[in-house]
Design a protein around this ligand. Structure first.
Ligand SMILES: *Cc1c(COP(=O)(O)O)cnc(C)c1O
Length: 416
C-alpha cells in the first residue's frame, strides 16, 4: 500500500505536464541513443572482455581492467588519455588533483565563472587559515583570481580575456552552477569562450569542471577545445552503479603530470589496486547515458511543475540543458526542510530520516542534503541539497528511475 500522501489534483497536474512535455522527452531519447551508441562502440573498439571485469590487489601492477577502462574514458570523451580511479574520493578531489598536478609555484590560474563551487574555498585558500585548510594552492605559491559574472549570471568573456597575463597557466571553467543561481554553461557557450581565450594565449590550459554535465549533450568539452575535464563517478559517468571514484581526461602530457600527483613521481598511473570495483565501473559507464537521460527528463518535469506552482526555477523549462541540476527557489529555510524531508521519504534507503541543515566538511554554510541512496551521497541517484543562505534554493538532481522522480514531484508538491 502506498505510504505517500499525494493530493489527487497534484497528481493530475503532474501527469498533465508529463504529456505536454512529450516532444521535449523525445529529444532526450535521441541524446540517450546517440550517447549509448558512443559508449557501446568504445567498448567494442577496445575489445572489452571478461578478463577486464576483475581487479587487482597490492601495488596493482598490470591491472588490465583499470588500464582498459581508462582507454574507454579517453575514447568516449575524445581525449588522448584518462585517469579513472576508485582512489579519487570525490569530484572535489579529482579537480584538486588536476590543479595540483599541472600548476607550479609562480603560476596563476583564473576561475572563469566567478568563485568556484563551495568546497574549493579551502583548496584555493580563500578562507582565513585554520587547521582544516592547510596546504592550499595559495600556500604553494600559486596565485588565483576569479572573474565576476555578468548581471544575468553568464561569464563575462571580455573581462576574462582581458585578465589573462603572462603568468596565467590555466583557466577553470565550471559548467554546472554548484550552489550559485546562474545558468549552467552549454557546449556552444564553452566553445566560444575557449576560442577567445586561446586566441589571446594559445598555450593556456582550458580545464573544465564537467561535474553533472557528462552525457547531458552529444558533444563533450574536449571535442571543442578543452585540454582537461574532471568529474565524479558518483555523479553522471558512474551510472548509479560505481560505488566511489573520480576521473580526469585530457591531453597526454597533462594527464602524465597529474598521474605523478595521483601516486608519486616515478610511479604515476602504473600503481593503484582496483580491488573489486572494475566490473561496477564498466557497468556504470554502460548505464550512464540512460541514467543521465532519465534524470534530465525528471528535472525538466520538475521545472515545469514547480514553475506552475509559482516558484522561480533555473534552468527554465524550455532552456537548453547543460547538466542534470534543477534549482528551485523556495525562499525560506522551512520550505527547504519540508522539500528535503519529502524527497527523503520517497527514497529507497533511509526513507525514515529527516534531513537537517548541518556543517559538512569543505562547506562554510550549513548545508541540507536529502539523499536516500544506495551509494552514500550519490547524486546521480535522486537527491536534493542546498546551503542555508539566500535565496534559499534547493538543487535537485539525479534519479535512476523516471517513475521515482515523477512520484517524488507529486509527493513533494503535495507537502509544500
Ligand atoms: C558536485 C560538484 C563538484 C564536486 O563535488 P563533490 O561533492 O566533491 O563530488 C564540483 N563542481 C561542481 C560544479 C559540482 O556540482
Amino acid at each position: 500500500m502506498s505510504v505517500y500522501r499525494i493530493k489527487p489534483e497534484i497528481s493530475a497536474l503532474v501527469d498533465g505536464h508529463c504529456e505536454k512535455l512529450a516532444e521535449r522527452f523525445k529529444k532526450i531519447d535521441d541524446i540517450i541513443e546517440y550517447n549509448t551508441s558512443k559508449v557501446i562502440s568504445a567498448f567494442a573498439n577496445a575489445r572489452v572482455g571478461v578478463e577486464h571485469l576483475t581487479g587487482s590487489t597490492g601495488y596493482g601492477h598490470g591491472d588490465l581492467g583499470r588500464d582498459k577502462l581508462e582507454e574507454l574514458f579517453a575514447d568516449i570523451f575524445a581525449t588522448d588519455d584518462a585517469i579513472v580511479r576508485p582512489h579519487i574520493v570525490s569530484g572535489t578531489h579529482a579537480i584538486t588533483l588536476a590543479l595540483f598536478g599541472v600548476l607550479r609555484p609562480g603560476d596563476e590560474f583564473i576561475a572563469a565563472a566567478g568563485k568556484p563551487y563551495d568546497t574549493f574555498d579551502d583548496v584555493i585558500g580563500l578562507k582565513s587559515k585554520s587547521k582544516y585548510n592547510q596546504g592550499s594552492l595559495i600556500d604553494w605559491g600559486i596565485s588565483y583570481k576569479d572573474i565576476d559574472k555578468l548581471p544575468d549570471g553568464r561569464v563575462d568573456v571580455e573581462k576574462l580575456v582581458g585578465s589573462i597575463t603572462d603568468k596565467t597557466k590555466l583557466i577553470l571553467f565550471q559548467r554546472s552552477k554548484g550552489y550559485d543561481w546562474r545558468p549552467s554553461i552549454t557546449i556552444t557557450e564553452l566553445e566560444d569562450m575557449i576560442k577567445k581565450v586561446k586566441a589571446k594565449k594559445p598555450d593556456v590550459i582550458c580545464f573544465v569542471d564537467n561535474c553533472y554535465c557528462e552525457f547531458a549533450d552529444t558533444i563533450e568539452p574536449p571535442e571543442i577545445g578543452a585540454d582537461i575535464i574532471a568529474g565524479s563517478l558518483i555523479k553522471n559517468p558512474g551510472g548509479g552503479i560505481a560505488p566511489t571514484g573520480g576521473y580526469i581526461a585530457g591531453r597526454a602530457d597533462l594527464i602524465e603530470q597529474i598521474s605523478y600527483r595521483l601516486t608519486a613521481p616515478g610511479i604515476g598511473r602504473d600503481g593503484g589496486a582496483t580491488l573489486d570495483v572494475n566490473r561496477l565501473f564498466y557497468q556504470g559507464l554502460f548505464n550512464a547515458p540512460s541514467m543521465v537521460g532519465s534524470a534530465l527528463k525528471g528535472m525538466i518535469l520538475t521545472a515545469s511543475v514547480f514553475r506552475e506552482l509559482g516558484y522561480d526555477v533555473e534552468p527554465p523549462v524550455n532552456a537548453d540543458r547543460a547538466d542534470i541540476i534543477q534549482a528551485i527557489k523556495l525562499g525560506s529555510q522551512e520550505k527547504m526542510e519540508r522539500f528535503c524531508k519529502s524527497l527523503q521519504e520517497i527514497s529507497p534507503v533511509e526513507s525514515y530520516l529527516k534531513p537537517v541543515a548541518e556543517v559538512v566538511p569543505g562547506y562554510h554554510d550549513r548545508v541540507i542534503m536529502a539523499a536516500g541512496t544506495f551509494v552514500e551521497g550519490s547524486t546521480i541517484e535522486l537527491s536534493a541539497d542546498g546551503p542555508m543562505r539566500e535565496p534559499y534554493a534547493v538543487y535537485m538532481q539525479g534519479g535512476l528511475s523516471f517513475a521515482q522522480i515523477k512520484l517524488a514531484i507529486k509527493h513533494i508538491a503535495s507537502q509544500l
